[in-house]
Ligand binder design. Structure first.
Ligand SMILES: [Zn+2]
Ligand SMILES: [Zn+2]
Length: 267
């Protein structure tokens, strides 16, 4: 049975696109530059340890891949659910692209390297610098620093994987990776793009979407935040009436709904 959300109201598509200003562009370029410097610093500290801890570092690198999926979900959920593009700097640079993505999900396929990756580079700078500052004096810290390197690396690739998930005709090798679920698959991500956009936030590879959905992880955090602050989740994204209707709904079924074409969504 199709779930109908009343009065879903998005922000104006053109106004959101016009929010991509020269200042935001400069912010993204600077973020990519600082991110590359921080990652080069971190990598230069890790490379000499590879002979001492090859398997430990390999397992840390794989753990970082899964953790990046979780981080991508948390960042996506925060930017979809709270705040507004009207917030100075952060709103224009970090929240606006997520609001625009719900209004026009194909816009991401027209983004160049800087617009695709600038935001994620900014978010990764502090963790990368912290990873580079970890004293590498034993196996435990080698694991931590490698995991931090891996998470920040895969977070960088996340928007690229997300962009591929919106391509109508991706390159053959990308299609193979998507079918193997080694990057975010297209049909899997389509589940998120059903109003009210309240599930399947992980966009690196999507492995954690089903467990987090079954645990009602984000829903539970939203209940806590609303109880403490009174804020209504996704009010800015889909309008006050729809946001309140979603908030008052009974919990979603444990099994995920199948993705439906946009024409069936009634929004
Ligand atoms: Zn979203
Ligand atoms: Zn998307």
């Amino acid at each position: 049975m199709q779930r109908r959300i009343p009065e879903v109201r998005h922000r104006d598509r053109k106004a959101l696109r016009d929010g991509y200003s020269r200042g935001v562009r400069r912010f993204e370029v600077a973020s990519i530059f600082v991110y590359c410097c921080a990652m080069a610093w971190l990598a230069s500290r890790l490379v000499p340890l590879a002979d001492d801890y090859p398997w430990l570092m390999a397992s840390a690198f794989m753990s970082g891949f899964v953790l990046a999926d979780f981080v991508s979900g948390v960042i996506h959920w925060v930017a979809d659910t709270w705040g507004s593009p009207d917030v100075p700097i952060i709103g224009q640079a970090l929240i606006r692209p997520f609001r625009e993505h719900h209004v026009d999900q194909k816009e991401i396929t027209r983004h160049d390297f800087i617009e695709t990756n600038g935001n994620n580079c900014f978010i990764s700078i502090v963790p990368a610098v912290c990873g580079a500052l970890v004293p590498l004096d034993g196996a435990r810290n080698a694991f931590i620093a490698t995991a931090v390197f891996s998470v920040t690396l895969w977070v960088l690739f996340t928007n690229q994987f997300h962009k591929w998930a919106h391509l109508d005709d991706p390159p053959r090798w990308v299609d193979v990776l998507q079918r193997l679920n080694l990057v975010l698959p297209r049909d899997h991500h389509a589940i998120h793009h059903s109003a009210p956009y309240a599930k399947y936030y992980c966009i690196t590879v999507g492995w954690l979407n089903e467990p987090l959905h079954r645990l009602r992880f984000f829903q539970t955090v939203e209940w806590i935040i609303t109880a403490v602050t009174g804020l209504v989740p996704r009010e800015d994204d889909i309008g006050a009436a729809a946001a309140r209707a979603v908030q008052e709904e009974t919990p979603p079924p444990l099994a995920p709904e199948r993705a439906r074409p946009e024409t069936e969504l009634g929004v």
